[in-house]
Design a protein around this ligand. Sequence first.
Ligand code: 13P
Length: 256
Amino acid sequence: MIAANWKEHFTVSEASHFLHRLEEHVISHHSIEVVLFPNILTLQPLSTQLDRRKFRLGAQDGYYEDAGAYTGEVSMAMLRDLVHYVLVGHSERRHIFNESDSIIAKKTQAAVRNGIMPILCVGETLQERLANETKQVIHNQLTAGLMHLTSTEASAIVIAYEPVWAIGTGEFAKPDQVEEVILYIRKQVAELLGERAARHIRILYGGSVDDQNARSFLDIPSCDGALIGGASLNHHKFSQIVESAYRVQQNRTGKQ
Ligand code: 13P
């Protein structure tokens, strides 16, 4: 799975223009799911323009109450007919908007309740990594984020490991660091929700992924894809990343 977090503040016409570019450049492969996460304002118009054979849509955020008076919020219930996925607990939501683990848990649950697959984002800050606290942080974020889910519901979620220090910095994690954390995430999921959930859950890497380094992450056997920010806003780079994912997939199926 290749997920594109279009965090740029696109207007409706800019987003539409960029989607045209992607539709021209990205080659669709049946085996590679490509999901675009534009801002909430552009979801509706893009949904009518989108070539559904190539792309799926996701939301960058969604509110956890299905109905009620919550000025300014867009609920998962309102998003359910528009998107397949929603990002939950992105580090920018955690750190800029002070979203707590309990809010994130409610959003994960609300997404599942509304038939939307949440992509639960977890990751440590630089300070936490330097203090050797990476696993503890991931453990806490997973325990909190998954707490309202049953093991059956866990098959309807995706986890993205995005170390905060690698987001938008150009500094990416080394593949062996990513592999170590992904294996740890799977182990935690097994403990929290059972072995079956741990086998089925998809885990992505995100943080300064681009066309040059994507392959090194996609090649990690336990990694199921990438969540891309900056490079997803460049149609050349993004289409190359999708091609890398396809080549890795071809290699894997060839070896089976
Ligand atoms: P960058 O790829 O720009 O580092 O952003 C990653 C990200 O936050 C995706 O959600």
